[in-house]
Design a protein around this ligand. Structure first.
Ligand code: SF4
Ligand code: SF4
Length: 223
């Protein structure tokens, strides 16, 4: 999903994904089902964000399907030409599209954790694909995205969360109350798990605003 999102962020008007035919993988893996399910979800997310889902297409074929490959790529290219540059048909400015995609790119690790069971589904019938991820499902997914916040009254400045955060989203340092940079946070929940129980300073917030960060000059931990 991040490959697709980053392609659009970097200026692509359409993204074409090709994989081996379903159930015909020589290595007995399920990678093409994962790719299919992730693409189906991504298309629904595009719809939710007001971007035409037609800008993404997935097709399954073998190395002997040259004719099929050429026809599918030509059809897709014609479709993208008709849709025009990203955002034009949608009536969304470049800046707005980039802002939406940038937020989405940050959320992809979280979305992949939440949807991991659905990504394993092996559904061959294309008529069933639209039922895997509905727009209501995507709406609920976005409505329930958590935020993580460090309670400044409880933070003991032990630095554990900052050391374990995979994206360096926690500002801290020795003897400084730690603060999560909400723009960098990918919602992995690690800080919540690693904050020692005796401090329990990290809170998971769903459906409520994140309190503003503590001012820099108030972050010194008085022991
Ligand atoms: S949830 Fe916590 S550990 Fe995970 S990215 Fe956000 S701040 Fe870092
Ligand atoms: S692990 Fe908990 S107590 Fe330690 S710095 Fe992070 S939020 Fe503060």
């Amino acid at each position: 999903m991040s490959f697709i999102a980053r392609s659009f962020y970097n200026g692509a008007d359409g993204v074409f994904i090709a994989g081996c035919r379903l159930n015909e993988c020589s290595y007995i893996t399920h990678g093409n089902y994962y790719a299919l399910n992730m693409t189906l979800l991504f298309k629904k997310i595009m719809e939710y964000l007001g971007i035409s889902p037609e800008r993404v297409h997935i097709e399954f074929m073998t190395s002997s399907d040259a004719q099929h490959f050429v026809e599918t790529v030509n059809d897709f290219t014609d479709k993208i030409r008709l849709l025009g540059p990203l955002g034009e048909r949608e009536g969304i400015s470049d800046e707005e599209i980039k802002a939406k995609l940038s937020k989405l790119i940050n959320l992809i690790p979280y979305i992949k954790i939440v949807e991991r069971d659905r990504f394993k589904l092996k559904i061959n019938n294309p008529e069933e694909w639209d039922k895997i991820f509905t727009i209501e499902h995507v709406r609920e997914l976005f409505d329930t995205i958590p935020s993580y916040w460090i309670d400044p009254e409880k933070c003991a400045a032990c630095t554990i969360c900052a050391q374990r955060c995979p994206v360096d989203a926690i500002e801290g340092g020795r003897n400084k109350i730690h603060v999560i940079d909400q723009d960098k946070c990918i919602k992995c929940g690690t800080c919540l798990l690693v904050c020692p129980t005796k401090f329990s300073a990290v809170k998971k917030l769903v459906g409520e605003p994140v309190p503003p960060p503590l001012a820099e000059e108030k972050r010194i931990k008085v022991r």
